[in-house]
Design a protein around this ligand. Structure first.
Ligand code: GLY
Ligand code: MN
Ligand code: MN
Length: 373
């Protein structure tokens, strides 16, 4: 992706002679590798991408995904693929850089995603280089999605929303959290997802009060609330959706909690438009919760950027975020109220910021829903 490489390097100050993106072992793969190299398949563990100021990209692929890499390079003439054979990675990197950049080069690295080990290896390969951090430049570029990226997130969100609509029909007394999580992931893949975009969260009753809970062999009991937070990957892009349900008979407090979370999300959505700071949107949701009997029980940021990864590089909606929203940014809006020992409610949607507001990418109903026990 010639323009992306050129724009990232163009944003750097001081300037760098090249951008080096180094993958480690799954899951320590840099989303920026796939941002600059548009390749549908392949894992690309241990791969390196070397981007140049004119936008050209050298990709070092292992033989394990050589075919995918070569097919992708055929579609993008700015990419040259080099296949690594055992032990020649260091030599290949040195040769490419010797050809393309001055001796004693300044090289940019995505400090946010490179592992310490991979960075030390680069330093050993290129002892003369000066290193600069490309994190901010990458964040600014990746933070604003183009139409093709939005379409891919929207397809992931369409899958996530369709599965969210199916969840009430999956619920029965005695189903285990881990079983429901498996059903959700299976339903996403049946609908065309390439996988889940993060570890699915399903929490029943008191477990729904822990925002980043991991599902266990715990059974659903009548009268409990439940939180399901999950996402699909489609064409390397993620969605992230949370829906909360209430397994009858009714718990009046949890119904009012749900209505308050819904109202908090509404208040935040009403502010979404270009030029508004992330912290201002968070504060609108916080204000609704803090005016309710559950003051202080909204315990996390309102949202994060979404894209090649679920917590993507970009502007979030959280206290202290002064960055302003721009058209093309994709963010989650996910207020929650958590009552330890009792239950929690979170409602999470994905939106794209438009010229004069926002557009929902996730669409499943988010209102209070009681499912018969
Ligand atoms: N799925 C984790 C989150 O919503 O941030
Ligand atoms: Mn989520
Ligand atoms: Mn999220």
């Amino acid at each position: 992706m010639k323009d992306r490489v050129r724009r990232i390097l163009g944003r750097l100050s001081p300037k760098a002679d090249a951008l080096l993106i180094a993958n480690s072992v799954d899951p320590h793969l840099d989303g920026s590798f796939f941002y600059t190299f548009e390749v549908p398949g392949g894992l690309f563990e241990g791969s390196v991408a070397i981007g140049l100021p004119d936008g050209r990209l050298h990709v070092l692929s292992s033989p394990l995904e050589e075919e995918s890499a070569r097919q992708a390079a055929k579609r993008d003439p700015s990419v040259e693929v080099h296949v690594m054979t055992s032990g020649n990675k260091e030599r290949l990197v040195q040769e490419i850089l010797k050809r393309e950049v001055p001796s004693k080069p300044t090289l940019a690295v995505n400090f946010h995603e490179v592992t310490h080990e991979a960075f030390l290896a680069l330093g050993k390969m290129l002892p003369e280089a000066q290193w600069v951090d490309a994190t901010a430049a990458i964040r600014q570029e990746r933070g604003v999605k183009d139409a093709n990226e939005v379409a891919r997130i929207e397809e992931a969100a369409r899958i996530g929303s369709a599965v969210a609509r199916e969840i009430p029909s999956m619920l029965r007394a005695g189903i285990e959290e881990i079983e429901l999580a498996a059903e959700i992931e299976y339903a996403m893949m049946k609908r065309g997802a390439s996988g889940r975009s993060f570890s699915t969260i399903v929490g029943f009753g008191p477990n729904s009060a822990e925002p980043h809970y991991a599902p266990q062999k715990v059974r659903l009991v009548a009268g409990q609330s439940l939180v399901c937070d999950f996402g699909a990957y489609f064409s390397r892009y993620a969605c992230d959706i949370t829906r909360s349900f209430h397994f009858g008979p009714r718990d009046e407090e949890m119904k009012r909690v749900h209505e308050t979370v819904f109202e908090a999300q509404r208040a935040a959505l009403d502010l979404l438009r270009p030029g508004v700071a992330g912290e201002v949107v968070h504060a609108a949701a916080q204000k609704v919760v803090d005016a309710s009997p559950w003051k202080g029980r909204f315990t996390h940021g309102l949202g994060h950027a979404l894209g090649l990864s679920v917590h993507d590089a970009g502007v979030g909606l959280a206290p202290g975020v002064k960055d302003l929203l721009e058209p093309g940014m994709v963010v989650t809006v996910e207020p929650g109220i958590y009552l330890p020992g009792h239950g929690g409610v979170r409602i999470e949607d994905d939106v794209v910021i438009t010229k004069d507001g926002y557009r929902f990418l996730t669409t499943a109903p988010r209102e209070y829903l009681e499912v018969g026990a």
